[in-house]
Design a protein around this ligand. Structure first.
Ligand code: SAH
Length: 218
């Protein structure tokens, strides 16, 4: 069994080779990746691969994204401490932990009950106590908790999720992959002064966002 210390060394290498060298520069983001024990968020059988440069399988055909993609999305989200933040697609809980490390007030929605419960167990075991969880269709946002300063969608949407955009505060940012069921473009929206700006960041490939403003279930 690999020791905590050995994992810390692997994590340091991941930050240097997969994030810094590929252009992720925000020191607070890099520190968050140094702090979160990614090996605790993957399936036990994949623990030794947790710091490799690739996505890994979760239950029910879902995936925990490649570290670089989590880094890119996190940097693009531009989180400050105290930001009310919504994550759509809890998955393993890893992205939620990164957001919590940045001081965000994290609200995370997952459509699959089992994944949500497991993520909660992992996050609490890793010491993240202040995250709010919900099981349901995240494309509808979280009406009781809206509006948000930051929204991140970690599954691929077929189109701009207008409902989520409308839940953003002035100055708010939404990061979401948009495209077909195989390839998407990561898009960053910023809401300000009566208009919404849109930046295309890169090509990417996520599992489907399934819901009212996503893909149909089958
Ligand atoms: N952020 C995750 C990766 C998520 S993979 C992590 O860090 O591990 C995408 C997740 O989105 C899957 O768990 C999938 O079940 C979930 N999902 C898909 N459509 C959804 C929806 N409409 N609302 C909430 N979760 C959704």
């Amino acid at each position: 069994m690999t020791t905590t210390l050995a994992y810390a060394a692997e994590r340091e290498r991941m930050v240097r080779d997969q994030l810094e060298k590929k252009g992720i520069r925000n020191p607070r983001v890099l520190d968050a990746f140094r702090a979160v024990p990614r090996h605790q968020f993957v399936n036990p059988a994949d623990e030794a691969s947790a710091y490799e440069d690739r996505p890994l399988a979760l239950r029910e055909g879902q995936t925990i994204s490649q570290p670089y993609m989590v880094g890119l999305m996190t940097e693009a989200l531009d989180v400050s401490p105290g930001h009310r933040t919504l994550e759509v697609g809890t998955g393993s809980g890893y992205q939620a932990a990164i957001l919590a490390e940045l001081g965000a007030r994290v609200h995370t929605v997952e459509r699959l009950q089992e994944l949500s419960s497991e993520a909660r167990r992992r996050l609490e075991a890793a010491g993240y106590q202040d995250i709010r969880y919900r099981v349901g269709d995240g494309t509808l946002g979280w009406p009781e908790e809206a509006p948000f300063d930051r929204i991140m969608v970690t599954a691929g949407a077929p189109d701009v999720p207008i409902g989520l955009l409308s839940r953003l505060n002035e100055g708010g940012v939404l990061v979401v992959p948009i495209g077909d069921d195989r390839v998407q473009e990561l898009v960053k929206f910023r809401r300000g002064e009566g208009r919404v700006s849109r930046d295309r960041l890169c090509r990417c490939s996520f599992v489907k966002l399934i819901g009212a403003e996503g893909w149909p279930e089958n």
